[in-house]
Design a protein. Structure first.
Length: 567
């Protein structure tokens, strides 16, 4: 059944069944309403083959372009994904209820069909406030690289014929680049708003001055059947483009994102019993290809790995390294491999050292000078003040953000709920309980926070800090249990002696597991985020079985410094 048949069948069922849409008025003459509220359904993808996961992203990108070019108001609901039956047909009663709730003026439905390497887009616009026949639209993409151009073509045609007739609406490739506010879906469910990829620009302080993204594009992977513990991005093969590497407790997976399409390139199984708590990429050996540093424990002992990309596959360069590992760029030194050790009867001992890799062995170098109490994964070095020297920005065990001078003097202490994570070193308390080891079961856990990242988004010589803010439900006094429900990413800048939030992403029902800014010069201002889909409280006690999503934010241009009012 074709897309036109799907829509006409739906309309016929409504009329023959005596159902009347709340927003539908049967008129003799078509009524054209410029802009208006538009309900976008996920594109039907039963025949999309390799591109089936684009069902939601295509809908979201089309909605964003029509909002900017034609002034439409996109609306969607959490129920939209359940509107098709097993044969790809609209279920009339469900759609009728949905339209009644959201009072839409138009309905946009579409389908994706793969023919060889070609991807065909078919879409229809139904005016719910008139008896006009649905209007059909088509576009084609010669593989994944043409998806964005096809969506632009659909948006331009729909604008010209339906939503903004007579208005000049050029394709995005012909438009003058200028800061625009990307619209937010009018939806009661925050996780659905996240899928639109909108960064809500708002400040935590009244009248604070800062720069904010001028334009945004969001790209999201389909749901991945893996419980991501850590993620990083880097150039594995030396081609100047970045790969995305994620790790769970059982495997490491390599993805590429090209033109909005996420493809898995490789997968490597990890030894049984290995628990990953951090993954970082860096070109320490200077061969233009990043290595992957997986920091992990086996039982209570550090058992880290170094992975490399060779001959189009992922291989192990070194394993069972008795150090917690993390590469970091240090001013005047470049990328440096740092490490921290475990003690004979403790998971972690103080002291972070520079390490040298010789063959498959690590050798300790000089100690890094840091304030007391800061562990390997708690901090980042970044010149947030713009004075030419890198400050130490850290997160403490209470999820407070701290800024120290290069000499280790505390300059500022912020509020809580930064970089909160349920990851910890070693084994869960229940394992010790099963062994009858109550002493270890009752000790406080050493948590590994979500990564802090730094980038000078506005080019003013001061680094902004990217941090996760996950909503912690369990009390902060519960030292052996953390549970989060929802989260977002914030950008913080140093303003008048304190760190303030400059902008943030929308809160969602999924916690932020890891984040990173782009390291490739050609990629521009880009942020990568890994999120674990919300699990029940009971499921949070059980390892494995989770689902995750990779998200990429292209920030595009940055607006001039503006005053951002508090929301």
């Amino acid at each position: 059944m074709g897309l036109k048949d799907v829509v006409l069948r739906y309309v016929a069922v409504l009329l023959l069944g005596g159902l009347v849409l709340p927003a539908m008025v049967l008129a003799e003459e078509p009524v054209v309403k410029e802009g208006g509220r538009v309900l976008f359904l996920p594109f039907e993808a039963a025949a999309a083959g390799d591109y089936g996961y684009l069902s939601d992203p295509v809908k979201n990108m089309l909605a964003a372009r029509l909002a900017v070019r034609a002034g439409v108001e996109p609306v969607e609901s959490p129920e939209a994904a359940g509107l098709f039956d097993g044969q790809g047909r609209i279920i009339p009663l469900r759609l009728d209820a949905l339209l009644g709730r959201y009072q839409a003026d138009y309905l946009v439905v579409g389908s994706l069909v793969q023919t060889g390497e070609r991807l065909d887009f078919q879409a229809m616009v139904l005016a719910l406030s008139s008896a006009a026949a649905p209007q059909e639209f088509t576009a084609q993409a010669a593989g994944g690289a043409g998806v964005m151009a096809a969506i632009d073509q659909l948006a331009a045609d729909m604008s010209a014929r339906v939503f903004a007739p007579g208005r000049s609406v050029p394709l995005s490739s012909q438009e003058e680049s200028k800061p625009v506010a990307v619209p937010v879906f009018q939806t009661p469910h925050p996780d659905r708003a996240m899928k639109q990829g909108v960064i809500a620009v708002q400040s935590s302080l009244e009248g604070v001055e800062g720069v904010v993204p001028g334009s945004l594009a969001m790209r999201s992977s389909n749901l991945l059947p893996v419980d991501i513990q850590a993620m990083d991005v880097g150039d594995l093969d030396g081609d100047g483009l970045e790969e995305i590497v994620v790790a769970s407790h059982g495997r490491v997976l390599i993805f590429q994102e090209r033109a909005g399409i996420f493809r898995q390139l490789s997968e490597l199984s990890l030894p049984d019993g290995l628990r990953v708590h951090s993954l970082s990429m860096a070109d320490i050996d200077g061969d233009t290809r990043a290595e992957i540093y997986v920091s992990a424990t086996s039982d209570e002992a550090p058992a880290s790995l170094i992975l490399v990309w060779q001959d189009s596959r992922l291989g192990v360069q070194a394993s069972r390294l008795a150090w917690y590992l993390r590469p970091m760029v240090i001013s005047g030194e470049g990328p440096v491999l740092l490490g921290q050790e475990a003690g004979s009867d403790t998971l972690l001992v103080s002291g972070i050292y520079r390490l040298q890799l010789s063959g498959s062995q690590l050798h300790r170098g000089t100690q890094l000078s840091l304030p007391p109490g800061i562990n390997l994964f708690d901090f980042i070095l970044a010149d947030v003040s713009g004075d030419g020297a890198a400050e130490i920005v850290a997160v403490d065990t209470n999820e407070r953000l701290l800024v120290y001078s290069p000499a280790g003097q505390l300059l500022w202490t912020g509020g809580m709920d930064y970089s909160g994570s349920p990851r910890f070193l070693g084994l869960p308390p229940v394992t010790y309980q099963s062994r009858g080891d109550d002493i270890r079961a009752d000790r406080d856990l050493i948590y590994v926070p979500v990564r802090l990242a730094a980038a000078d988004f506005d080019g003013d010589g001061r680094m902004e800090i990217l941090a996760a803010r996950n909503q912690r439900l369990a009390s902060k006094y519960m030292k052996r249990f953390r549970y989060y429900e929802g989260g977002h990413v914030v950008s913080l800048g140093w303003r008048e002696g304190q760190m303030v939030e400059l902008w943030r992403t929308n809160a969602t029902g999924s916690q932020v597991v890891d984040l990173q800014q782009s390291k490739a010069p050609a990629a521009g201002q880009r942020i990568y985020v890994a999120q674990n889909v919300e699990k029940s409280l009971l499921a949070s006690f059980v390892a494995g079985g989770g689902q995750s999503r990779l998200i990429l934010f292209d920030l595009g241009r940055v607006a001039e410094p503006v005053k951002v009012p508090a929301k």
